[in-house]
Design a protein around this ligand. Structure first.
Ligand code: SF4
Length: 278
């Protein structure tokens, strides 16, 4: 849903407001063979299980990886998954429409009934936005080919998976990559987004050996209409150290089998609420 010009503006603003401090070389993902990027162990934890810090003590890690407890998807989680799927499908359908003339068909049949109206609203919004931008850049001469127009309208490569084993993690799937920045879309409450974006950036750096200096968080609200706010972060020392501290704590819980205890306050959307609070 972010166009090329919009992403460029977000990154320019972050460069001006956050400065352009160098990222310390020892905090690049490709420095995975020595601390602090080298993990204390390699238990293969999922980045999304700890980086956003939704469980204040990390007990979700103990339950999932040590006890083998299965998470129970809650309504907010299911809604978030369905909206992510609608967003990604609209981007894919847009490309199919441009290159093969296939009409954009909607978010698909395989959706929970109560989420369908929101998924359809999001799909329609993204489709209109992409097609409108596509025609604008062609008509204005900014793009001289279909391919360039697609790049202007939909520059985000979605659902990029990388092997984050060098960081002690499992595969990490980032929502998107564009202009050398990682992009995450959130449809509900989200915290520690700068640290999570740094984690995805470091996983990509470890895999490909190319620097990722910025991350973009897009918060989306869908309630009949679609609204969103996007913010770019410079992924310098602060977010990287924050991510590595969270990673080390997560790895320690799983590798040692330590129960960190129930948090004083738990979000109702936690998929382990049944295990800790029932
Ligand atoms: S219910 Fe609370 S303590 Fe248990 S995993 Fe969820 S947030 Fe953590």
């Amino acid at each position: 849903m972010l166009t090329l010009l919009e992403i460029a503006r977000l990154l320019r603003r972050a460069r001006i407001t956050d400065g352009q401090a160098e990222v310390p070389p020892e905090l690049r993902g490709w420095s995975f063979d020595k601390p602090p990027v080298k993990p204390p162990a390699y238990p293969g934890v999922a980045l999304s299980d700890f980086a956003y810090g939704y469980c204040p003590t990390g007990r979700n890690l103990y339950l999932k990886y040590v006890l083998g407890e299965r998470p129970q998807p809650t309504r907010p989680l299911l809604e978030g998954q369905a909206l992510h799927a609608a967003l990604f499908k609209s981007v894919e359908d847009f490309r199919r429409f441009v290159y093969a003339g296939v009409p954009m068909s909607g978010p698909g049949e395989d959706l929970p009934k109560d989420v369908r109206p929101k998924a359809e609203a999001l799909y329609r919004y993204v489709a209109a936005r992409l097609v409108g931008e596509y025609h604008y850049v062609l008509a204005s001469g900014l793009a001289r080919s279909r391919d360039a127009a697609v790049f202007y309208a939909a520059p985000i490569c979605t659902q990029v998976a990388v092997d984050a084993a060098p960081l002690g993690l499992s595969h990490a799937v980032v929502d998107g990559v564009a202009l050398g920045a990682v992009v995450e879309f959130k449809f509900g409450p989200a915290q520690n987004v700068d640290a999570a974006l740094a984690g995805y950036a470091m996983a990509l750096e470890a895999e490909y050996g190319a620097p990722i200096d910025y991350g973009i968080h897009v918060q989306v609200w869908v309630d009949g209409e679609v609204e969103y706010r996007a913010q770019a972060y410079h992924l310098g020392e602060g977010p990287r150290v924050k991510f590595l501290e969270a990673r080390d704590e997560a790895v320690d819980i799983v590798a040692s089998g330590r129960d960190p205890g129930v948090a004083p306050q738990c979000p109702r959307a936690c998929p382990f609420y049944h295990a800790c609070r029932s």
